[in-house]
Ligand binder design. Structure first.
Ligand code: ZN
Ligand code: ZN
Length: 500
């Protein structure tokens, strides 16, 4: 790793392993080689998944199953896989040979040593040797023998941080957080909001745009307002799905409304994917892709809009509620340049530019041009097809994650502070639940655990999200003191009530 990458890696790992980092654990090994060159090696690769869905919207896995899969990825035994390794800069290619990972590492080390010797004998400066590792970064593709050579896929990795971004709902976050606790995975509470972009002027362009919102462990600052905002969209989705079904019926492709709602699941607002599945079940199409390419695509014969909010207003709303807003899959847009420019003016923080198949330079250029963050995720739905990108398969470089956290952390810090202050203004139970809803001890508050002080409890709830310095700065100390006082008064009142 370069020095810049090492600094970024340390900062990112301190945030990911917040509790351990408070005990000043070192995440990077450093060593000197035979030539006196300092090398840095991360102790663990930290994989982020920034975009995925569950059964709470149109995904196929429950939040618990999704988290389990994120944890299991990367634990798969890679030995029976055929691995193709390409040392791109040197053009040395081992093609589809059966290689064990140990052998790969060994051959890489030997190659490094040889190249080091070569550069030293050519009296070049050690600066060249420092960069050798980045030259030698192999790209790896795995081919499962069982599936056959054709099904090439990027190796899935064990996910350490997972942002759950269901469509227009945050309903799955508590369940995902609960499951994630078992595996030491950190959940970023997220949402993917369906919006509409209207171009001004004569073109009359109208496009559906998806915007991702990333929140702190305490969620949005104006929780009720966001819930209403999302609830209205979900209601619109019901109407929209009904319109699509009636359009399909007119196209002589009868599907029953009941089968659509059954596929969506109880209380879940049906989306186009659910309708596509109903079309498949009814035998009107051969696969889901065909359902979209023939009938359900944007502007297609059965397409219908719902009551989605305006894209710019959504970006502003995410900002106002303590979230980080990121434009999802800009490659799906007809007019990405115009939309990105207008959303940036509205306060957009970033755009997706990374996918499982790599970085898309068009969008990273647009991000640079508008000074936007870059991000990316698998958009995993759990469909299970060969071509679906798996959780953790999008390689977002540590420098990019570091940039994201540099922007996100102060926003989340302010949001958590506002939520705590809201509780002080109105110490009702729902505001208290707001503070601890995704914390690890949220049940302890309810059960009135006698051995933990309220301030200790809040400390524990926030220790996964705020650093020790952040939690112990004077502003936060004062807030915690006030909260302790309020909680103690409430507990005394409750105790008096019970003794009567
Ligand atoms: Zn989307
Ligand atoms: Zn998505």
């Amino acid at each position: 790793m370069t020095l810049e990458q090492t600094v970024a890696y340390k900062s990112v790992s301190e945030w990911v392993f917040m509790e351990q980092s408070n005990n000043s654990i070192n995440f990077v090994d450093s060593f000197l080689d035979d030539f006196g060159v300092q090398w840095y090696q991360p102790k663990e690769k930290i994989v982020f998944e920034f975009h995925c869905h569950t059964t709470c919207s149109d995904g196929f896995l429950s939040p618990t199953k999704l988290v389990e899969r994120a944890h299991q990825n990367g634990k798969k035994d890679l030995s029976p896989l055929m691995c193709k390794v390409t040392y791109s800069s040197f053009g040395i290619e081992h093609e589809e040979t059966e290689l064990s990972w140990k052998f790969l590492l060994l051959s890489r080390l030997i190659l490094i040593k040889l190249l080091l010797l070569a550069t030293v004998t050519h009296s070049s400066a050690p600066s060249i040797t420092c960069n050798l590792l980045s030259f030698l970064k192999p790209s790896c593709q795995c081919y499962s023998k069982a599936k056959g050579i054709d099904s090439s896929e990027v190796c899935p990795e064990q996910v350490k941080v997972l942002a759950l971004t269901d469509h227009d709902t945050m309903y799955g976050i508590p369940e995902a957080t609960e499951a994630a606790r078992r595996f030491g995975i950190k959940i970023i509470p997220g949402v993917e909001i369906s919006t509409i972009f209207y171009s001004r002027g004569e073109s009359g362009l109208e496009e559906p745009v998806h915007i991702l919102g990333y929140y702190s462990s305490c969620g949005p600052t104006k929780s009720a307002a966001l819930e209403k905002f999302l609830g209205d969209i979900r209601e619109g989705r019901f109407l929209r799905a009904k319109n699509i079904v009636s359009k399909l019926n007119k196209l002589k492709l009868p599907i029953r409304w009941e089968s659509v709602t059954k596929i969506a699941g109880k209380g879940v607002a049906p989306g186009r994917l659910h309708i596509a599945r109903a079309l498949l079940e009814a035998g009107h199409v051969e696969n889901l892709k065909q359902a979209f390419s023939r009938y359900l695509y944007d502007g297609g014969p059965a397409y219908s809009t719902g009551s989605e909010p305006v894209a710019e207003e959504t970006v502003q709303f995410i900002r106002e509620t303590g979230g980080v807003s990121v434009l999802a899959h800009p490659w799906a847009l007809k007019n990405p340049a115009l939309i990105i420019r207008r959303l940036k003016d509205a306060g957009l923080h970033g755009i997706e530019a990374y996918r499982s198949d790599g970085k898309l330079s068009v969008y990273s250029d647009l991000a640079d041009k508008h000074d936007l963050l870059m991000l990316g995720g698998s958009d995993y739905h759990g469909r299970g097809g060969q071509h679906e990108s798996d959780l953790g398969s999008t390689n977002v470089p540590v420098l990019i994650v570091h940039e994201f956290l540099k922007v996100a952390r102060p926003i989340w810090y302010n949001a958590i502070r506002d939520i705590l202050q809201n509780y002080l203004k109105d110490p009702c139970d729902s505001n208290l639940q707001h503070i601890v809803k995704f914390g690890k001890n949220n049940k302890a508050l309810k059960t009135n655990t006698p051995f933990i002080s309220p301030s200790e409890l809040i400390n524990q709830c926030l220790s996964l999200w705020l650093s020790k310095e952040e939690r112990e700065n004077p502003e936060f100390e004062a807030i915690k003191l006030d909260i302790s006082r309020v909680l103690n008064v409430q507990r005394e009142l409750e105790a008096n009530e019970e003794s009567k």
